[in-house]
Design a protein around this ligand. Sequence first.
Ligand code: GUN
Ligand code: ZN
Length: 432
Amino acid sequence: MRLLTGQILHYTANPRKAGDGAVRHIEDGALVVGKDGKIAWCGGHSELPDAHAGLERTDYGSKLILPGFIDAHLHFPQYRMLAAFGKDLLDWLNRYTFIEEQRYGDPAVAAAAANVFLDELLRNGITSCLAFSTIHPVALDCLFKEASRRNMCVASGKTLMDCNAPQGLLDTPQSAYDDSKALIARWHGKGRLKYAISPRFAVTSSEAQLEAAGALVKENPGLLVQSHLSENHAEIEFVAGQFSWSKDYTDVYDRYGLLTSTSLFAHGIHLSEREQARLSEAGSAVIHCPTSNNFLGSGLFHLHSTAEGDHPVGVGVGCDIGGGMSYSMFDTLRDAYTVSQLVGSRISAHEAFYRATLGNARLLGTDGETGTLETGKYADLVVLDPAATPLMAERHALSGDLHDVLFALMILGDDRAVTETWVAGKPVKPRL
Ligand code: GUN
Ligand code: ZN
């Protein structure tokens, strides 16, 4: 067991809706990590029960202790192919992504990649994620094996794609079904791992394959479903041509039973009112990936008009590596902020940090084990230093209240501001 002291910060609800009451902030805080890797106690240092007073202590001073960040959308096999000079989504996929992903049939490639990928997440304070893999079962085996070794809460699945991509990256409706079924049995619920049924997007699946995906969803109620939706205008046109009977892009997934209350669709930038209403009704969520949307020129996501109003849709945040430009949650939140400014409804730092922690945990269904600093959850933590660099220290000296501190952190921060990352009670930030 170990005692951590510092500033405690977590959220019990979305502060944009619930107000300041949702912000749990203790300036002189203490957190006890139990032998089981879970949070045994969390509160004011002065109220620490005597039973914990003699524990070995790590004092983080005035640094902030938060729940570890959760990234709700990124691609494990794209871990190194960020910063590829593609024209737009479809060009970028064809020119770089589909080439790189073909390497993942080789277990040596996938095993080495899993190691670097998870290291990079931890370096940035990301303790949990929902990730795409490739069509190759062995790639998912490697990712899950490595995540399991680190006791990380990771959700992923074998990618389903059987058309409109190079031969080396295609499965079939039958193999997609069979492989997914076997992988669900092998991995789902093993330790902290979750399986996600993963049709890549409507462009790369035939009707027969989407039907197979629907069968998997029906046979495994409650499992996560991940895909992409309405990211780019050319993509939307392609889908309308391929599924000419459909009302719109969302209707394609709907037809095959893929809109569930545990379905998470990356992007959702250009949804019609009808699509938003259908997603809202189904309880499906979209994941905002602002650095990717900016990089690929996909468009400006309207966060608040998607998440609020007559047809509210849950909104998570993700880096979408390698379409995204950075693993850093600060960069993801910074671009979410700048995009929100451009569309005229800015997000606060409290809302941003909520979405990167409990908000994403709720969408992934993992809020019972992570996302806040409540007793009984895993000690998945990130320790943040708002004065990590000379410039940040200068800016920090100007900061007034907590919101100001957090705002400067998300605008200026990078992995240097992540002092430590804890997964299930162990400090794990990789050192350079
Ligand atoms: N749509 C389908 N596949 C992908 C992908 O790999 N990245 C992004 N950004 N969008 C996609
Ligand atoms: Zn993606």
